[in-house]
Design a protein around this ligand. Structure first.
Ligand SMILES: [Zn+2]
Ligand SMILES: [Zn+2]
Length: 111
């Protein structure tokens, strides 16, 4: 991912995380991705309605599961679960720190 891309809260425009903090995953097995896919190909994000963050970037999450909220306006952006979650594409992500794509806007400017 490009490191100069930031994701902002759609409500208040606060930058919440950068592309460098994203955890990519292979699009779920058994779906069309397999036909196109080389193993080293970038994951096709079209089937995914959520972003997943790298756990290293979010070490302040101390509970087993919870909500991800905007630090400024407290809008709910997603949730996390250390035991894992399933992406909309079918892939299993563990641990899962999920931000719903429709709750954030992509922005190329650094904050
Ligand atoms: Zn996915
Ligand atoms: Zn906000």
């Amino acid at each position: 991912p490009r490191r100069d891309v930031w994701y902002r809260c759609r409500k208040c425009r606060t930058p919440v995380f950068s592309a460098a903090m994203l955890e990519t995953h292979e699009v779920g097995r058994g779906q069309a991705a397999f036909r196109y896919g080389k193993r080293d190909a970038a994951p096709d994000a079209r089937g995914c309605t959520s972003h997943f963050l790298n756990p290293d970037a979010t070490s302040t999450l101390t509970e087993i599961e919870g909500k991800i909220c905007c630090p400024r306006c407290s809008a709910r952006l997603g949730g996390y679960h250390w035991a894992g979650m399933q992406c909309s594409c079918g892939a299993w992500i563990a641990p899962a720190i999920q931000v719903v794509k429709s709750k954030v806007d992509e922005s190329i400017a650094a904050p």
